[in-house]
Design a protein. Structure first.
Length: 278
């Protein structure tokens, strides 16, 4: 408690010395918001020598303090879900929960919340793999882990999709004729919900891949893929559904669906593609 009070007093002095025009595009920040930002930056500070970087901001429309991070050690461990990964995750969660409490004390309101998201260093904003949020008043890991099929499990760091939505996709592509390879999430402005990208292989992909002819455009993507994408979009509320279809050859395909457009591409090994008209 003494340490907490000491830190609070120091940060109050820092806040008092700041320029009152410390602002976002929407409005000036309140004293409590500025104090909360000082707390967050103090505890989530970048350490380049350790492969750790953080960016802290406040979304004044949603009252969300946003922390975007890259953490090379965490990134190297997360796929294994090893004891080392879980121990590091527990340490981060403990820190997150403490800082969330300090943030709420600083702003004096429960209408604010904290979100911490870790991104893959190579693919930045579309590569979120781990996130924590205190939205709703209780710190928690966002879609931290959920059962999928016998082969693997999926972790999606985006609370704009429920665990039930994602499990629905897993179940949909768990038949005898299809293998679910991955589910990924990427944000598309200005939509409220991001797009869902799904990679599959197996007999399910055959009809699309068998239509491929070098340098010849196909008239349309088979209806089954468009129907499946539309069903997923309607069920989950996704802004866009992208279905990647893989076979045994160097050719693979992509079917993309949104409520305003749909189209498909063929890709070959060197990433050249042949467009299929809607």
């Amino acid at each position: 408690m003494k340490k907490f009070v000491s830190v609070l007093l120091v940060l109050c002095c820092l806040m008092a010395s700041c320029v009152s025009a410390f602002a976002t595009e929407k409005r000036d920040l309140t004293d409590g918001e500025m104090l909360a930002l000082h707390f967050i930056n103090e505890f989530f500070s970048s350490k380049p020598e350790d492969g750790i970087s953080y960016d802290v901001s406040l979304d004044t429309e949603t009252n969300c303090f946003v922390i975007k991070g890259e953490y090379m050690l965490l990134e190297s461990l997360y796929k294994s879900y090893s004891p080392e990964y879980q121990e590091l995750l527990a340490h981060i969660f403990e820190l997150f929960s403490s800082v969330d409490s300090l943030m709420r004390t600083s702003v004096g309101s429960d209408s604010y919340y904290l979100r911490l998201t870790y991104f893959h260093s190579a693919i930045a904003s579309s590569g979120a793999y781990c996130a924590f949020s205190s939205k709703g008043g209780t710190p928690h890991q966002v879609n931290g882990r959920f059962a999928s099929n016998a082969q693997t499990s999926y972790r999606v760091a985006d609370d704009r999709y429920s665990e039930e939505d994602l499990q629905y996709i897993v179940d949909k592509f768990s038949g005898d004729n299809v293998n679910l390879l991955s589910i990924s999430i990427s944000s598309i402005e200005p939509y409220d919900k991001p797009s869902i990208s799904i990679s599959v292989s197996g007999e399910y992909c055959k009809k699309m891949l068998d239509n491929y002819k070098p340098n010849v455009s196909c008239p349309s993507a088979p209806d089954r893929y468009v129907i499946d994408c539309r069903e997923i979009a309607n069920t989950t509320g996704a802004s866009c559904v992208i279905l990647w279809l893989y076979g045994d050859s160097d050719v693979y395909a992509c079917v993309q669906f949104s409520h305003s457009s749909r189209y498909a591409h063929y890709y070959v090994k060197d990433y050249r593609y042949l467009r299929i008209e809607p």
